[in-house]
Write a protein that binds this ligand. Structure first.
Ligand code: SF4
Length: 81
């Protein structure tokens, strides 16, 4: 990369550390993930930004396989195979 070139920065700390393959992005109280159809996405809206961040730390950035949404998506993909 040359000096002065734009560096693509993650939008947030959570964007940088999210491990879940279904993760899209997050903003305010929302987490956006893959939807059940290719042309759709799923939004989870939390009661507060702090609650969302806590959820992301616990699941999206760590034990994503224990997240109920991720489990649902995994089951859906297994069903499609
Ligand atoms: S862990 Fe759950 S909420 Fe987080 S990105 Fe994955 S499916 Fe979405």
């Amino acid at each position: 990369m040359k000096k002065g070139e734009d560096v693509e920065m993650p939008a947030s700390y959570e964007d940088k550390y999210a491990l879940c393959p279904y993760y899209h992005t997050n903003e305010n109280r929302k987490i956006k993930c893959d939807g059940v159809e290719e042309m759709a996405s799923m939004h989870s809206i939390f009661k507060s930004d702090a609650a969302k961040k806590e959820y992301m730390k616990k699941y999206c950035c760590r034990d994503w396989k224990k997240c109920r949404y991720a489990r649902m998506m995994n089951a859906m993909w297994e069903e499609k195979l």
